[in-house]
Design a protein around this ligand. Structure first.
Ligand SMILES: Cc1cc2nc3c(=O)[nH]c(=O)nc-3n(C[C@H](O)[C@H](O)[C@H](O)COP(=O)(O)OP(=O)(O)OC[C@H]3O[C@@H](n4cnc5c(N)ncnc54)[C@H](O)[C@@H]3O)c2cc1C
Length: 172
């Protein structure tokens, strides 16, 4: 789509007519800044030193470092699995952590290690342009966009919202 992706380079300056990336100045009229989401400062109330990004360090059970009965979940947890991987800051990760801790709090389950079960990732660029990444296989284009729309509607909270969003999309 004519997009050039550059990684491993820091943006050093943003001015009215461009940005400086490393030693290069890129002239542009538009800059869209898509970085910089930080966690809420919950670590402060626990008197903890935050991990990078303001995250709360947790063990593999999502227990806050140094606390037996305090857990951090969702985006705010600085978690590394036993496989050495850090799950992405996505809703499905937060949801799975919530379910795990919910069962523990309701005493329906004992303390268990958090293991992220990826349901795949999807990104949508616009109408008829999306990508699904299921790890072993990917889907692109119109088929991916239709699947994305279906999944999006399916995951909405109730029937009313599903109908509302479907009608809004069909009217566009
Ligand atoms: C712009 C954007 C787009 C995203 N798009 C996607 C996407 O397309 N797909 C996807 O899977 N994920 C997406 N994400 C990530 C997703 O939103 C998060 O991973 C997910 O919401 C994390 O859930 P959470 O419960 O940890 O945090 P949140 O959903 O942020 O919930 C935390 C809640 O805690 C409340 N809170 C904070 N501090 C306090 C306090 N001191 N006391 C009481 N309450 C407090 C907040 O108000 C908030 O309601 C997106 C995130 C952003 C920022």
């Amino acid at each position: 789509m004519g997009v050039e992706v550059r990684t491993g380079q820091r943006v050093l300056d943003v001015i009215l007519d461009g940005v400086t990336v490393g030693t290069e100045f890129i002239r542009t009229g538009y800059v869209v800044w898509g970085a910089g989401v930080t966690a809420t400062p919950a670590h402060r109330s626990l008197g903890l030193d935050a991990a990078p990004g303001g995250l709360i360090p947790v063990d593999r059970f999502l227990r806050v470092a140094g606390h037996e009965n305090v857990f951090a979940t969702g985006d705010t947890a600085d978690f590394t699995g036993t496989d050495g991987k850090r799950p992405p800051g996505l809703a499905q990760v937060a949801e799975q952590r919530g379910v795990l801790l919910g069962c523990l709090l309701k005493q329906q389950a004992s303390l268990a290690e958090f293991v992220f079960g990826s349901r795949g990732n999807t990104g949508v660029i616009g109408r008829n342009a999306a990508i699904f990444d299921f790890g072993k296989w990917t889907l692109k284009g119109r088929a991916a966009w239709l699947l994305w729309a279906f999944v999006h509607v399916f995951l909405l909270i109730n029937f009313e919202k599903r109908v509302l969003v479907s009608v809004q999309w069909l009217r566009r």
